[in-house]
Design a protein around this ligand. Structure first.
Ligand SMILES: [Zn+2]
Length: 253
């Protein structure tokens, strides 16, 4: 078995059997991988990392040859804990949300260097002082885009009328609807959305993550985006994320 060395974000860890830990990692080359770190609860000092969520590490793992997706991780060396993010509760909770959401929405071993870079950039935004809310919205938009889950925002989902005005958003149908279609079919769960909110969404989609660190958002657009994206993300999840419950409880979300 060849050993593989790679950079990996910790998405989640849980106890495994008596002394080991099962880690979910996000790597650039292999996507999400799951690995057993043996004996770590007895001898954390053997590893150069405390395995904190969203820390970046260099890991050495042995790929399981056949069957199953639990690999053996023999080395975990910390690259960075992103200390600037951990010093602030809202930033820490937001970065925890990034890794929890990514872990829920991606399949194992389906590599996407763009997703790895998005996670890295988004945590760096938080470390660099960008607004946690804005960073979360950009992360959600880019994540949904990369996973092919983005709602239709260019034309009415039902009649295909381009850029309808007024415009409503329907979570279940997965995009915007015009006034006529809303009255006819989609009334129950459609809510109004501003043109500014849709313009911002389109702007984020056209831009590279690195160019969005200092993008400005009005309060109205920020609230509109949060309403669409939070509901749309929840729609794709089977349960409410712990980090979201925490952000709401603290009044951050
Ligand atoms: Zn329509």
């Amino acid at each position: 078995m060849a050993a593989t060395k790679t950079q990996a974000f910790i998405l989640k860890t849980q106890d495994y059997r008596d002394t080991s830990i099962l880690g979910h990692f996000y790597t650039r080359e292999y996507g999400k991988i799951r690995g057993i770190i043996k004996g770590v609860r007895d001898a954390r000092s053997r590893y150069g990392s405390t395995l904190e969520p969203f820390s970046l590490n260099e890991i050495l793992f042995y790929k399981r040859r056949r069957g199953g997706d639990l690999h053996q991780v023999t080395q975990v060396d910390l690259v960075t804990l992103f200390p600037g993010v951990r010093e602030d509760l809202e930033r820490l909770a937001t970065a925890s949300y990034f890794v929890e959401l990514l872990n829920e929405l991606v399949e194992v071993e389906d590599p996407s260097p763009a997703l790895f870079d998005l996670l890295n950039d988004s945590i760096l935004f938080l470390a660099g002082g960008a607004s946690p809310k804005r960073s979360a919205r950009i992360f959600e938009i880019k994540l949904l885009e990369l996973l092919g889950l983005l709602p239709e925002i260019g034309a009415c989902v039902i009649c295909r009328a381009p850029k309808p005005d007024p415009v409503y958003f329907n979570i279940g149908i997965g995009g915007i609807v015009c006034a006529a279609c809303r009255s006819a079919r989609a009334r129950e769960s459609a809510f109004p959305v501003s043109k500014g909110t849709l313009q911002f969404l389109r702007h984020v989609l056209r831009s590279k993550p690195a160019d969005l660190q200092n993008v400005k958002v009005s309060q109205e657009v920020g609230e509109g985006l949060e309403k669409i994206l939070r509901r749309f993300v929840d729609y794709h999840l089977s349960h409410k994320l712990k980090s979201v419950i925490f952000l709401e409880k603290m009044g951050y979300n």
